[in-house]
Every structure is written in C-alpha cells, then in structure tokens.
Design a protein around this ligand. Structure first.
Ligand code: ATP
Length: 269
C-alpha cells in the first residue's frame, strides 16, 4: 500500500531553489532537519541539541507545504514517504493497524527518511467520539505508539512532517508530538513576484510585461493559484493560433510561432 508512496531521495526532483519565497521557512527547515540528517555527528554530543522528531507545517491551501516537504527530502538527502489517511485505512478490519506497524519498520530500514503526513488532521485528527470506527481509533493509537517508540538512534534519521490547513482540528496528543510548528503563509506582493519569476522563467514574455504589475494584481493568490493563472494565460496564444488555423488565416506548420504573453493575458485568463 505505502510502498507506492515512497520516493527515493535522488528521484524527488524538487529542491528549495524551485520554491519561490518562503525563505524563512526554508532556513528553519534546513536548521531543524537538513543539518541533523546530513551531519548527525554534530548532534550526538551533550543534551542540548536534540533532533526534532516532529514538525507541523500549517497554513492556507496551495501555499507549497507539500512542495516544501518534498524539496526538504532532497536537501536533507532523505528518502520520502508520502502518507495520507487513505494510505493506511483499509476495508479489511485490523489491516490499518498492521499497515501502520509495517510503515514504521519499513521506514527505519529506509532511514534517513521523511514521513510526510498530508492532511494530518484527517489521519490523526481529534478523536471522533462515539461514531468513530474502532479500526480508525486503533490505527491512530498504533501510529502514536510507533512514533513514540522510534529509538533515539533512529530519531535523527526519521522525521514525521505533518501538514494541515486546519490546525485547530488536531488534538493535543498530536500537537505535542509535533513540537515545531511552522506557519506557511500566503505570499505578499514581493514574494508573488518571486514565485511568478519561477513559473514564467522560460515563457516568451512581451518586453512590455512587468512582473511587479502582475504581482500587485494578484493579492490573495496562493502559489498554487499563481501557477494555475500562468497556465491559463500561456494557453491563450495557443487557443488563438488554433482559431486562426481553423479559419485558415494561417498554415498549420510543424514549428508554429506563438505570440508573446502580455499582462492582459493574465488579467483575462
Ligand atoms: P494543500 O494544503 O492544498 O495540500 P499545499 O500547501 O500542500 O496545498 P502544494 O500542493 O505544495 O500546496 O502546492 C500546489 C502547487 O502550487 C505546487 O505543486 C507548486 O506547483 C505550486 N506552488 C505553491 N507554492 C509555491 C511556491 N512558493 N513556489 C513555487 N511553486 C509553488
């Protein structure tokens, strides 16, 4: 089940430089994770420097939490396991508990590894009261116990990284196990500009195109919204060319030349 969710470190294909903005978050993650995973010998002396067993990324949807988790695995040279509640729930009663056990024993063989729990609120959210399925409750208890049981030798090489848009739905037991909580905010205008530059780095932009104008016009957009906007804008010259070909105003060629993108393409998209 979760074997398909494993990505070896060298196949993740995203690194911190591919993420626009979020500089503080990247720096904090490097200090908390990259350094201890890459240089465990620096953290094996004394009592003060303890590797962190759990980190929570929280913030609005589409702000790059999943992207950060993957890129962090690249930076830290760690394998990556992507877990959601559907990875561990099963229609077979009792299987979720066994899968959870297997996940942790598998992870310790894959270390250094980052176990990314997306939508951690739905996997380990507040206890579900009388209607909660017995199997779900047991899976959650098993997960917590396995987490606590990470031997200290493993603890600097196995990190649980949770992400949520709904931090208030997490119960205390989970919050306690994720002692470092990092807010991943929506980008401001300057950061929207940095993100747009990444998405548009290889597009044919008209010389009149100004990044700051587009950044100012996209207040409230997440990184994911900006990506969708850029895709929609880049599609407009393609649509126009298809239309011209249909009207037989231009010849269909193997190397069609598309017009550049204007600010207006983004406004209209
Ligand atoms: P959700 O909470 O909805 O799961 P998320 O915070 O995990 O969202 P991602 O899935 O990481 O967000 O982001 C969606 C897509 O948006 C990414 O694959 C990426 O293409 C783009 N994206 C978001 N933020 C950034 C950023 N800061 N730089 C570059 N791309 C970004």
């Amino acid at each position: 089940n979760f074997v398909s969710a494993v990505v070896p470190s060298d196949e993740i294909g995203v690194k911190f430089d591919d993420i626009g903005a979020l500089e503080d978050v990247k720096q904090t993650l490097n200090e908390l994770v990259t350094l201890p995973m890459r240089r465990p010998e620096l953290f094996s002396h004394g009592n003060l420097l303890r590797p962190c067993k759990g980190i929570l990324l929280f913030g609005p949807p589409g702000t790059g939490k999943t992207l950060l988790a993957k890129a962090l695995a690249t930076e830290a040279g760690a394998n990556f396991i992507n877990i959601t509640s559907s990875t561990l729930t099963s229609k077979w009663f009792g299987d979720a508990e066994k899968l959870t056990k297997a996940l942790f024993s598998f992870a310790s063989r894959l270390a250094p590894v980052i176990i990314f729990v997306d939508e951690v609120d739905s996997l380990l959210g507040a206890r579900g009261g009388a209607f909660e399925h017995e199997a779900t409750r047991r899976m959650r208890n098993e997960f917590m116990a396995a987490w606590d049981g990470l031997r200290s030798k493993d603890s600097q090489r196995i990190l649980i990284l949770g992400a949520t848009n709904r931090p208030f739905d997490l119960d205390d037991a989970v919050i306690r196990r994720l002692p470092r909580r990092i807010y991943v905010d929506l980008p401001d205008a300057e950061n929207r500009m940095k993100i747009l530059k990444i998405f548009l780095s290889r597009e044919n932009l008209d010389p009149s195109f100004k990044f700051d104008e587009l950044a100012n016009a996209t207040e409230g957009y997440s990184g994911s919204d900006l990506k969708n906007l850029c895709i929609a804008a880049a599609y407009r010259p393609v649509q126009e060319l298809l239309e011209e070909e249909k009207q037989q105003q231009v010849e269909k060629t193997a190397k069609p030349s598309l017009r550049p993108l204007f600010l207006d393409d983004f406004i209209q998209a």
